[in-house]
Design a protein around this ligand. Structure first.
Ligand SMILES: [Zn+2]
Length: 384
């Protein structure tokens, strides 16, 4: 048992700052209060106690080719099966992949991330490889798989259905690359099987302008319209929405993940975060391919904070930005797959304690802190 004393705690879904002590016993927050004190006392005087980060979108496998292909287009880099990334993954050994995935997971842990949603390539084998690699690391991967049988103009739907069912025995959901690679029927199968089993269906949409134009030409609908109409639980990117797209998303039950640094690296545009927030969309923040970016949420937060100021010539609310990296996920996790805890009594202790530099606790993290300013990381898998 221990007490984190005298910190500024960002409590609950709304990250309400409050100067209180937190008592932790066997991985759980058993008490929060101004006078609470039990066990070992860790005095963090004025430091900011924030829920640990959830990285909403990662491809950890391509840690194997960091910075390779820089300057190529989106499809040259990541489109299956011939993009730079897929060729590298096909040529890597299991040991090589395991090693780099472990390194990236430790990068995430050390920069305050305790949960990440990985869009894993390589079918069942790929999912199992990541599960095995994460076993001794204090981080929870939520793994969305995919299978080669999904692709092509005339896929064998019987085979696809079997592949989905087999994948869902080991994975937390299914996430094909994009609508450019799969047919309508495959998309429907993925969504319906995931929903039957209470798992997550997700897809990349509108990452580039050309994705959207191709979709409009071929189907008369944008990728975002397709994603919403198909009922995918989670839509990734939405960097290039057309006129009515964001409105449609705001009225749907689809969750959104944005990845501003990855979009910038691939030169595909700036996600419309302020518009999303105005429409009531509460996205997650993700770092996307490790080949493009470090999987470091602190860097993603600062980049996004500044990018939105430049893009909109107005500000994004720092608290709402921090919620994208921490508590927004709890609103959508109805099937309790991600299992991220808010800072509240009775919940698992999953928080990060940042050195304090300013009186604004949100800007303190998004605008000031670096990985080296993390004083403690508390996770149900690790201890002080
Ligand atoms: Zn991605």
């Amino acid at each position: 048992m221990f007490t984190i004393a005298n910190g500024i705690i960002l409590k609950g879904q709304d990250l309400v700052p409050s100067r209180e002590n937190i008592v932790v016993d066997e991985g759980k927050i058993i008490e929060i209060g101004k006078e609470s004190r039990e066990g070992k006392i860790i005095d963090v005087e004025g430091a900011v106690v924030c829920p640990s980060f959830v990285n909403g979108h990662v491809h950890i496998g391509d840690s194997i080719i960091k910075d390779e292909g820089y300057g190529l287009s989106l499809s040259e880099m990541v489109r299956p099966p011939n993009g730079v990334k897929h060729v590298a993954l096909a040529n890597a050994t299991d040991d090589e992949l395991t090693q780099v995935m472990k390194e990236s997971m430790w990068d995430m842990v050390n920069s305050g991330t305790t949960h990440f949603i990985d869009y894993r390539e390589g079918g069942i084998k790929g999912v199992k490889l990541l599960k095995e690699a994460s076993k001794d690391i204090p981080i929870k991967p939520i793994i969305l798989g995919r299978d080669d049988s999904f692709y092509g103009d005339d896929p064998n739907l019987g085979k696809v259905k079997v592949a989905i069912k087999k994948l869902l025995k080991v994975a937390d959901g299914i996430a094909p690359s994009g609508f450019g690679e799969i047919t309508e029927e495959v998309a429907e199968l993925i969504v319906s099987e995931c929903s039957k089993q209470g798992k997550i269906s997700s897809i990349h949409v509108a990452e580039s302008e050309s994705n959207q134009i191709e979709s409009l030409n071929e189907f008369g609908k944008t990728e975002i319209e397709k994603g919403v109409k198909n009922g995918f639980d989670q839509l990734v990117h939405l960097t290039n929405p057309k006129s009515n797209d964001l409105d449609l998303v705001s009225k749907s039950s689809s969750n959104v993940v944005v990845c501003p640094r990855a979009n910038a690296t691939l030169n595909v545009g700036v996600c419309r975060l302020n518009d999303m927030l105005d429409l009531g969309i509460r996205p997650l923040l993700g770092t996307d391919n490790v080949m493009l970016n470090s999987p470091n949420m602190i860097r993603e937060l600062e980049f996004t904070l500044k990018l939105m100021s430049v893009y909109y010539k107005s500000y994004i609310a720092p608290k709402q930005l921090l919620q994208m990296a921490t508590t927004n996920v709890c609103r959508f996790d109805v099937n309790n797959i991600i299992q991220k805890s808010l800072i509240n009594e009775g919940n698992f202790a999953e928080f990060v304690i940042f050195k304090s530099f300013s009186k604004n606790p949100y800007l303190n993290i998004c605008n000031r802190c670096e990985t080296k300013n993390i004083l403690y990381i508390i996770n149900k898998k690790c201890n002080v």
